[in-house]
Write a protein that binds this ligand. Structure first.
Ligand code: GCO
Length: 263
C-alpha cells in the first residue's frame, strides 16, 4: 500500500474553531500530512495570529481568517476571500463548537438555541458555502466533528447532545446529496479528551474525572494529538470510498456498558 494514500500535499484545508484544543491538534496533523492550513476563529485576531504562528513554527503553510461561522453573510464573504487569496478549499473540518452544561429543566431557550446554532447550524452554513466549489470541481472532503453525545445522552448536556446527534444525521444527508459529486462527508466522534472544554470536569478528584477513567476501557483521557490519524485518514485518498460514517476515537467507550467502579 502506498503511503501516497495519506499524502495531502497540494491540498488546502479549512479547520473552523482551530485556535486551540481538538481543532488545533487536527490542523497540525493535516498540515504535517502536507496540506496548507487555514485556521478559523471568532475570538480575537490575536488568538488567530498566535495559532497561525504555532503551525508555521512546525513548518506548516498556514493562514488565519477571523469570521463568525454562524453568520452566513460573513461565511460566504470569508470563503470567497480565502478561495481568492489562498486557493480552492479541498478539505473542510467543521470543528467549531460550544457546550453549555445546564439541566434541561432549568436551561434558557436562548442558551439552547445558541448551542444548536453553533454546533449544528454552522456546519451547515460553512459546508453550504464550501460545497459550491467542491461540486464544480467534483472533489472534496468534509469532516464534521461529532461527539459521544451523537450516540449517548448525559446529564446537563441536552442541547449539545441534540446538536451533535443532529450533526451525525446531517453528515449522512450531506453524504447522500454530495457523494455524486465525488465529495466524501464523514464525522469524527471524539471520546473524552484533555482540552480546555473538558478542563472543568477533568480536575483531579472531580467525580466526572473518576467516572470517565472508569467508563473508558483504556482508562485514560485522550490526548488531542490522538485525533490526528482519523483526521488525516478522512481528509485523504485513503477514505475515498468511505462516506456518511462517524469514526469514533474514544478509547473504547462506545464498546462497553461500563464496569463496577470497584473492579
Ligand atoms: C461533556 C464533555 C463532552 C466531550 C465530548 C465527548 O460535558 O460531557 O464536554 O461533551 O467534550 O463531546 O464526545
Amino acid at each position: 500500500m502506498s503511503t501516497k494514500l495519506f499524502d495531502l500535499s497540494g491540498k488546502v484545508a479549512l479547520v473552523t474553531g482551530a485556535t486551540h484544543g481538538l481543532g488545533m491538534a487536527m490542523a497540525i496533523g493535516i498540515g504535517h500530512a502536507g496540506a496548507t492550513i487555514i485556521i478559523n476563529g471568532n475570538s480575537s485576531q490575536e488568538k488567530i495570529d498566535k495559532a497561525v504562528a504555532q503551525l508555521q513554527s512546525e513548518g506548516i503553510k498556514t493562514f488565519g481568517y477571523r469570521f463568525d461561522v454562524t453568520d452566513e453573510t460573513a461565511v460566504i464573504k470569508a470563503i470567497a476571500k480565502i478561495e481568492k487569496e489562498v486557493g480552492s478549499i479541498d478539505i473542510l473540518v467543521n470543528n467549531a463548537g460550544i457546550i453549555k452544561r445546564t439541566p434541561l429543566a432549568e436551561m434558557e431557550v436562548t442558551d439552547f438555541e445558541q448551542v444548536i446554532k453553533v454546533d449544528l447550524v454552522s456546519p451547515f452554513i460553512v459546508s453550504k458555502a464550501v460545497i459550491q466549489g467542491m461540486m464544480q470541481r467534483k472533489s472534496g472532503k468534509i469532516i464534521n466533528i461529532c461527539s459521544m453525545m451523537s450516540e449517548l445522552g448525559r446529564n446537563t448536556v441536552g442541547a449539545y447532545a441534540a446538536a451533535k446527534g443532529g450533526l451525525k444525521m446531517l453528515t449522512q444527508n450531506m453524504c447522500v446529496e454530495w457523494a455524486p459529486y465525488n465529495v466524501q462527508v464523514n464525522g469524527i466522534g471524539p471520546g473524552y479528551f484533555a482540552t480546555e472544554q473538558t478542563q472543568p470536569i477533568r480536575v483531579d478528584g472531580h467525580p466526572f474525572n473518576d467516572f470517565i477513567i472508569n467508563r473508558t476501557p483504556a482508562g485514560i483521557w485522550g490526548d488531542p494529538d490522538e485525533l490526528q490519524g482519523a483526521a488525516v485518514f478522512l481528509s485523504s485518498k485513503a477514505s475515498d470510498f468511505v462516506n456518511g460514517q462517524v469514526l469514533y476515537v474514544d478509547g473504547g467507550i462506545l464498546a462497553t456498558i461500563g464496569k463496577p467502579s470497584n473492579e
